[in-house]
Design a protein around this ligand. Sequence first.
Ligand code: NAD
Length: 387
Amino acid sequence: MSADVRRQTLLTSSGETISYKTLIIATGARALKLEEFGVMGSDAPNVCYLRNLADASRLVNVMQSAAGGKAVVIGGGYIGMECAASLVTNKISVTMVFPEEHIMARLFTPTIAAFYEDYYSSKGVEFIKGTVLSSLETNSLGQVVAVNLKDGRRLPADMVVVGIGIRPNTMLFEGQLTIDEKNGGIKVDAKMQTSNRSVYAVGDVASFPLPLLGSRNRRLEHVDCARKSAIHVVSSIMDPKDTGNFDYLPFFYSRVFTLSWQFYGDNAGEVVHFGDLSSFQGPFGAYWVNGKGQIVGAFLEGGSKDEYEAIARICRVQPVVGDRLDLASRGLEFAVSGDYGPPLSAGDDMGLVVERQLYAWHAAAGVLVAFSISAFAYWYGRRRRRW
Ligand code: NAD
């Protein structure tokens, strides 16, 4: 119900007061509702959001009752793209409506977006861009029967899915902890500690400095960041001496239809596309190059495990690249070759790549142990024969 970070106490809805020595805020975020944009009707039985398990079960039930019908998907981000793919796969025709010029505007370039839009169109998805809804039309049972758009169009609908973004759940701590006004969320330092030393924040609600992006604060909405920031905070609390700063490489991914992409780093700067964007095969992708000529971000569709590891690695190393045309023609091979920039320093956390190096060490140690045992057995056998 409430928190008092000065007294280090929390009050629960049953009236219990809990004292703490250390507090970890993992309050996540809430889905934005249509009402926040002045449109009523979110509580209609066939309007779906997707934030928690109950939402997911409800969405499945509504999809079953709308089988063979029409869905309007509001929003062109993660929820919009992933739900639209699931809906058409389940034989529900889909129209996506969003205000931007292309889907996944927060990450995709127009070129990358065009690939996915073509793919979605080939599956029957229709797009209405550059507008938002103005009202939901309901029948006598309160069910939505049509979506009215600001541009005057009316879309008949058997169901509506809304994915229009999230807001971090900071309410309990406003006025007590420093809030990052620009990025939203609770501001933390490199140890994920808030403005109160005994309070940490992790996941969607935390705005933390990213050393790879010049230590600017960012709030990242992704499960990978939630998991890794939580692990880091627990380690900071349990083992403060041996836990350094949270040095996170931003990572996002999505799977739609039979497509699958990953993105690492920052999508800022000049974009260099590579690969075959004209077929539905891939792999294709893009590098983002900053003002100093360094690769700071990379996107890849249809890569293998090794190729995804290679783009993660290049975004950590951030090599300076010269000729952009050469980079475009070398494309993915440039990242995979490892033929760039300075070697990794020992302390670099490369995620899967480090794991691979560890596997190599384990394998080498294993071979050495096996060899020693057989050498000893041979020597021992020969000695026994002599006895
Ligand atoms: P989002 O931020 O990805 O997309 C929001 C979209 O809402 C924008 O692209 C825009 O098109 C649209 N929009 C904004 N205002 C609108 C309006 N008035 N009318 C119509 N459209 C409007 O958010 P989301 O898709 O709602 O996803 C919610 C959260 O869930 C995000 O944090 C996302 O990262 C997370 N998520 C991630 C994954 C994944 O990583 N694969 C999958 C699902 C959800």
